[in-house]
Design a protein around this ligand. Structure first.
Ligand code: APR
Length: 251
């Protein structure tokens, strides 16, 4: 963790830091990521299960995978990495978390400004009439789950082949352009347009930090400091170097 001290110093001076998070930040909470060995896409073909056209062709089949994901998400609690980001926000250092995750763990850890780039898993929406339901109110006895109007219910997160929710997209770009330190945590940065945000941050003048045990496409090209560690270890270490007590309590 060679440049950790520099990251701590930059963050201590920052009032406009932003974090982009991906599935890797929730791995230590028990939710496997997508592209690591054993990840979701090694067990399910993303084209067959992750694309909106596949969902529309066979929603029941895709819902069975989603229910497996919900079971993991429901059992998960924030880990020290989520708590560290919430601490940085409370201290006025971190302005926003842009997350590709749909697990709501940042909010559970106490982060308030969370931009959910790929939507979230809390509600379902009718493909036909657009009505929304809290997930707990939907019945999964019959597959796929149905709306009162008879339409198919879908999760409120984006599939491959769909656009980013416009408000989240707009807000993510705005906070990224203003960032002085941009933390890229637990994402392979392989999926556009989220993968453009680190480039936008860098070209807007931010110091780019990657926290990921593995290198990514960004590491050699753009990253100023790569902390090759798990997020749940690296982020509390950064806070400690800043003289901040890293709260790792789970709710
Ligand atoms: N701490 C930090 N990083 C980790 C950890 C950890 N404990 N464990 C794994 N990682 C890293 C992996 O090395 C990998 O680079 O997290 C990254 C996870 O990458 P992906 O599985 O590709 O997940 P993500 O980048 O979030 O995927 C983006 O793709 O399938 C879609 O919509 C889905 O939002 C998702 C998007």
């Amino acid at each position: 963790m060679d440049c950790l001290k520099e990251v701590a110093e930059r963050l201590s001076r920052s009032r406009n830091a932003v974090a982009l998070t991906g599935a890797g930040i929730s791995v230590e909470s028990g939710i496997p990521d997508f592209r690591s060995p054993g990840g979701l896409w090694s067990r399910y073909d993303p084209l067959e299960y992750g694309h909106i056209a596949s969902f529309r062709r066979n929603p029941g089949k895709v819902w069975r995978m989603i229910l497996e994901m919900y079971r993991l998400v429901d059992a998960a609690r924030p880990n020290p990495a989520h708590h560290a980001l919430a601490q940085l926000e409370k201290r006025g250092i971190l302005k926003a978390v842009v997350t590709q995750n749909v697990d709501s763990l940042h909010q559970m850890a106490g982060s308030e400004r969370v931009i959910e780039f790929h939507g979230h898993g809390r509600t379902l929406r009718c493909e036909t009439c657009g009505a929304r339901y809290p997930r707990e109110r939907a019945s999964f006895d019959v597959m796929p789950p149905e709306c009162g109007c008879g339409g198919v219910l879908r999760p409120d997160f984006v599939f491959f082949g769909e656009g980013i929710p416009p408000k989240a997209h707009h807000e993510a770009v705005a906070v990224t352009e203003r960032a002085d330190v941009f933390l890229v945590i637990g994402t392979s940065a392989a999926v556009a347009p989220a993968s453009y945000l680190p480039m936008l941050a860098k070209s807007s003048g931010a110091y780019l930090v990657e926290i990921n045990p593995e290198p990514t496409d960004l590491t050699c090209r753009l990253t100023d400091c790569h902390i090759a560690e798990r997020a749940g270890v690296a982020l509390p270490a950064v806070l400690e170097a800043m003289g901040i007590y890293a709260e790792s309590r789970t709710l």
